[in-house]
Design a binder for this molecule. Structure first.
Ligand code: PMT
Length: 414
């Protein structure tokens, strides 16, 4: 028999948002499990969702009235009271329309209004048909929402309601439940750590209007900074130019060139306990940068003379006292061999190797796959996953290193 103390979500107040997707019926089973595990669940449906599933089904199972109408809800100020009481808001399934409203801050029904009034953790499990998930607008909205700390679970690939095959199926219930568990009892296993992260590209000036740069968006480094912060670490993020929002609670140091980035990191090395170099630092810069814009007429052809930039990672490894140092290897083929070589050559503790030409990986994408190679001889292959999730897996791997300070190792590492 299950005692009440075994119930995963006992005493938790959860808002289950359901929007107008054919997958709305799957929210019924999700609700049953949440209630069985002890949660008090208030279901908020969009008007479109009520066309797919009768609200009565949710009312019976949740033993609470189901609300969708903002104006009816206003009488009891539900958009405030429910949202303030909640420990967690999970929207499953979420349509492209719901993602857009969340990203843009539109509030024209109870669910979207609650997205603005609640301060609790939010999980969104999208489901949509016909290739909509891959549309650049949907991807942009998803990226914006993730940067605000919302967990967006990737939909699965498979047969869609339209008969097409593609990515868009609501992720499975286990994935939603484990995300709920993780957000309700966040790990605080990096408390006491001081984490220095680099992210984004560097820009090396050719003249006042042109530079040598690269395709890094900063997403990988920002995800690491955010993950470390959420797990309790103090975090400084040294970042090249990106279009990303500053991660909550993280000190951000903006830089432009490889030289600036090196200085910013080296002066903060002594402060840190762990350094992660996710930035795509330029390996070469123009030997001379022109003070004036180079004129087209002056160019019958042009040769740029380049010189190497200092290797920041190697310098950090040489100057460290007890810091754990993690580097990346951006490769255009399977990265294992290169990652192993970089680990030795740079004298660091762990290398995250990624093939930046693989589908949905590397520069600019929201997901990535990697191989982790560490100084203790371990090799871990990590499949394609959101960068935010990969960030957590990298932090988990760092905690298992023999050089990671013993008092900070997790007691029950999975
Ligand atoms: O920013 P995103 O769009 O999210 O993309 C993520 C990413 C592809 C940039 C990231 O996953 C990644 O691979 N970062 C490292 C990119 C890189 O410069 O790799 P590299 O193999 O050229 O360099 C190896 C390591 O040395 C890196 O940790 C790099 O930060 C560091 N380095 C490189 C040159 C230099 N002058 N100094 C350095 O410290």
């Amino acid at each position: 028999m299950t005692s009440s103390s075994d119930l995963k979500f006992l005493g938790k107040q959860i808002i289950l948002g359901v929007s107008g997707s054919i997958a709305a019926y799957k929210a019924v089973e999700l609700l049953r499990v949440l209630v069985r595990e002890g949660a008090a669940v208030s279901v908020v449906m969009t008007e479109a969702a009520t066309r797919f599933v009768n609200p009565l089904t949710f009312e019976v199972l949740s033993r609470q009235p189901v609300t969708s109408n903002l104006f009816a809800a206003h009488q009891e100020l539900l958009h405030l009271t429910l949202a303030e009481r909640a420990d967690l808001l999970v929207i499953a399934p979420a349509t492209a329309n719901v993602l857009a409203k969340c990203a843009l801050g539109l509030a024209d029904d109870l669910l979207s209004t609650m997205m603005l009034t609640t301060r609790c953790p939010v999980i969104i499990a999208p489901a949509m048909d016909g290739g909509m998930w891959d549309h650049p607008t949907v991807q942009l909205h998803t990226a914006v929402i993730r940067q605000r700390g919302v967990t967006v679970l990737e939909p699965e690939e498979g047969l869609l309601a339209s008969g097409k095959v593609g990515r868009g199926r609501l992720t499975d219930q286990e994935a939603i439940l484990s995300a709920i568990e993780a957000r309700l009892s966040p790990r605080r296993d990096w408390v006491g750590q001081r984490v220095l992260v680099s992210a984004g590209p560097t820009q090396e000036a050719i003249d006042p209007v042109r530079f040598i740069g690269n395709r890094s968006s900063g997403k990988m480094g920002y995800a690491i900074a955010q993950a470390a912060r959420e797990r309790g670490a103090e975090v400084i993020l040294v970042t090249g130019p990106t279009a990303l929002e500053r991660p909550h609670g993280v000190e951000v140091v903006p830089v432009l060139t490889a030289e600036d980035m090196g200085k910013a990191l080296i002066t903060r090395l002594a402060w840190s306990t762990v350094v992660l170099m996710a930035a795509a630092v330029a390996d070469f810069r123009p030997r001379r940068s022109s003070q004036q814009k180079i004129k087209k007429e002056a160019r019958t052809g042009m040769t740029l003379e380049l010189e190497p930039t200092p290797d920041i990672l190697e310098t950090l490894a040489k100057q460290r006292s007890s810091q754990v140092i993690v580097g990346f290897a951006a490769e255009t083929e399977p990265p294992l061999r290169h990652a192993e070589q970089k680990l030795k050559r740079k004298g660091i503790d762990l290398v995250v190797g990624n093939d930046v030409t693989a589908d949905q990986c590397g520069f600019g994408s929201d997901s990535n796959a990697a191989v982790l190679v560490d100084r203790d001889g371990r090799v871990v292959e990590l499949e394609l996953m959101p960068k935010r999730e990969l960030a957590d897996r990298i932090l988990d791997a760092i905690q298992t290193l023999s050089v990671f300070p013993a008092q900070h190792r997790p007691r029950n590492h999975e």
